[in-house]
Design a protein around this ligand. Structure first.
Ligand code: MTE
Length: 316
């Protein structure tokens, strides 16, 4: 199979909307709010200015127009809060993501159970602007707040048996009432090969648009793997386990012919029930033509080498 590697230079000029629009709006809003400080209350502040006003931009960004906060937080897949696209936002207040702890287990020297604050403390948070391509055929561009997954995993000193990393979502019907219905085999589990996890792209996200992660987006901490279909980006993580064997992941176990373990975004490999050639960017008008989906969601330069010699049709 031929892999067409799209470089940044291949992006059509018409698809490039200057990031300066977004940056400029932030600067403008900051100045505007600084000058009206006496009147400003916390509730009046724009959402991104509340938590980390001096957040550094990581080197990972895109010139694509960033999806609106409203769309990012009201069109979600989080089956633990309902299977409709609006359910997670409507049911978000039922889910209390505090207190929160994360267990690190398996093939590593420094396993343990950590409360969220201690878990996050060693890492400098940065903004990462990534495209998210859902297996269903839609996409968004999301300004995440997070830190490198690789840096985080290294802290736990995986040993030489650690060939994969498995992530697990909270299992608790009282906080995630969607788990009362057996639409999926709970808890939600995802996994990566260790070299994928150690690539600089994946992050642990704790926020978006400069504020903490909304419940419907996987509060308080989730994975983001931008070159894979969105279902690999598991939400509300309570357990990270280094394993020798490939983790049994939720969607792959449910329908192995439809959802592979790798799930790299690939326009040349159709889902058995629909094509993956194009995608609808959420927020764009319906009459606008769909976008061509790019191999590895446009991140081929950074990740194609991970799959050298692999048949990506077989290992979809
Ligand atoms: N994680 C959990 N625990 N439960 C889910 O249902 N849905 C996945 C992924 N992570 C899901 C999950 C899917 S299919 C997608 S496309 C993304 O979350 C959506 O993330 P977003 O709602 O923040 O855009």
């Amino acid at each position: 199979m031929t892999i067409i590697i799209n470089k940044a230079s291949d992006i059509k000029a018409s698809e490039i909307t200057p990031r300066s629009v977004y940056i400029h709006r932030r600067q403008f809003m900051r100045q505007a709010f600084a000058s009206s400080l006496i009147l400003a209350t916390d509730a009046m502040l724009p959402v991104w200015a509340k938590r980390w006003p001096d957040l550094q931009q990581s080197t990972y960004k895109t010139d694509d127009t960033i999806t609106s906060l409203k769309d990012i937080t009201s069109y979600n897949n989080f089956y633990e809060l309902g299977t409709g696209k609006k359910d997670p936002a409507n049911n978000a207040s039922i889910f209390n993501p505090k207190p929160w702890s994360i267990a690190v287990e398996g093939e590593c020297n420094k396993s343990g159970i950590f409360n969220l604050e201690d878990f996050i403390k060693p890492f400098a948070l940065q903004e990462y602007i990534y495209r998210l391509r859902c297996v269903e055929g839609w996409s968004m561009v999301i300004p995440w707040v997070g830190f490198s997954l690789a840096n985080m995993l290294k802290k736990f000193e995986p040993n030489s048996n650690a060939r994969y990393v498995e992530f697990t979502t909270l299992l608790d019907k009282s906080r995630l009432p969607g788990q009362a219905r057996r639409v999926l085999n709970w808890p939600y589990v995802e996994g990566l090969r260790i070299d994928e996890a150690m690539n600089p792209l994946p992050i642990m996200a704790v926020g978006l648009y400069g504020d903490v992660l909304p419940n419907q987006n996987g509060a308080p901490i989730r994975l983001v793997v931008p070159w894979k279909y969105g279902f690999k980006s598991i939400k509300s993580i309570v357990k990270i386990r280094f394993t020798e064997t490939q983790p049994k992941t939720t969607w792959n176990e449910l329908a192995p012919d439809e959802y592979g373990f790798y799930s790299n975004v690939n326009p040349d490999v159709d889902h058995p029930r629909w094509s993956q050639r194009t995608e609808r960017r959420i927020g764009e008008p319906f009459w606008k033509p769909k976008r061509q989906t790019e191999i590895f969601n446009g991140y081929a330069e950074q990740v194609a080498h991970l799959y050298t010699g692999m048949d990506l049709v077989k290992n979809f």
